[in-house]
Design a protein around this ligand. Structure first.
Ligand code: AKG
Ligand code: FE2
Length: 240
């Protein structure tokens, strides 16, 4: 609890939430030893993780089509070929619990600070208790309502930078309305990431103009793995 600070510039405390991350499975095994409560459901979890990945690949294929990436450059597979499930990447299935009663012990109404996700896209499953807000206009916060049997897709920073800002990463946060303070909120994001050694070079699309300066370091193109490490270091650092 409180260990992740998603909006380090504005938050006094870490987020009031608990979470567990599961990296992509390897040959039927979890990447890291799972606690018993998850290990008992290992097969289900692997199936779910792989289903999330396949769903995300359909979204990335649609992006490649929309960006009109030429066949000679990889076409529809431009993103998916550097998002293989079995390769090393930051891809993570996360189970989150926002415990009820936060108003008593926690001094901020915001449970997950304003941020954009770091990878290419995120699939987000929410259920029963709303709270997610997005900043589509980049100014006003609007609530992202619960819609049964649906999955919400957020664009992440790597996709924004890759597309020279054409696809914008979604600023979002989690707040609790007073009427929900007595409830626990659960959500499941699946963070989709390019393979660690993917260079974040501009996308071969005539619709993509320019690239972000943020994608180089000492004159070299950053890889997805380096880019992710830089972001994680900022998010998990503790202010005194
Ligand atoms: O709990 C949610 O609905 C959002 C969680 C989130 O944005 C995150 O973990 O990055
Ligand atoms: Fe997020």
């Amino acid at each position: 609890m409180f260990s992740e600070r998603l909006d380090p510039e504005h938050q006094r405390q870490g987020d009031h939430k608990e979470g567990f991350n599961i990296r992509n499975f390897v040959n039927g095994n979890a990447f890291e030893k799972l606690p018993p409560v998850f290990d008992e459901e290992k097969d289900f979890l692997e199936g779910f993780s792989r289903a999330c990945h396949s769903t995300a690949m359909k979204v990335l294929e649609a992006f490649a089509i929309a960006l009109e990436i030429p066949e000679s450059e990889g076409g529809v597979e431009w993103f998916t070929k550097c998002h293989r499930y079995d390769a090393m990447s930051g891809e993570v299935l996360r189970f989150l619990k926002y415990p009820h009663g936060g108003e008593a012990s926690y001094q901020e109404v915001i449970r997950a600070g304003a941020h954009s996700d770091y990878g290419s896209i995120t699939l987000l499953f929410q259920k029963d208790v709303p709270g997610l807000e997005v900043q589509a206009s980049r100014e006003a916060w609007i609530s992202a309502p619960l819609i049964d049997d649906s999955v919400l897709v957020n664009v992440g920073d790597q996709m924004q930078e890759w597309t020279g800002g054409l696809l914008k990463s979604t600023m979002h946060r989690v707040t609790f309305l007073p009427e929900h303070n007595h409830l626990d909120r659960y959500s499941i994001p699946f963070f989709v990431h390019p393979e660690d050694d993917t260079p974040l070079v501009p996308i071969p699309s005539k619709l993509v103009v320019g690239s972000s300066t943020d994608l180089t370091q000492d004159g070299k193109v950053l890889t997805a793995g380096q880019h992710l490490r830089r972001r994680l270091d900022a998010t998990y650092s503790y202010a005194s």
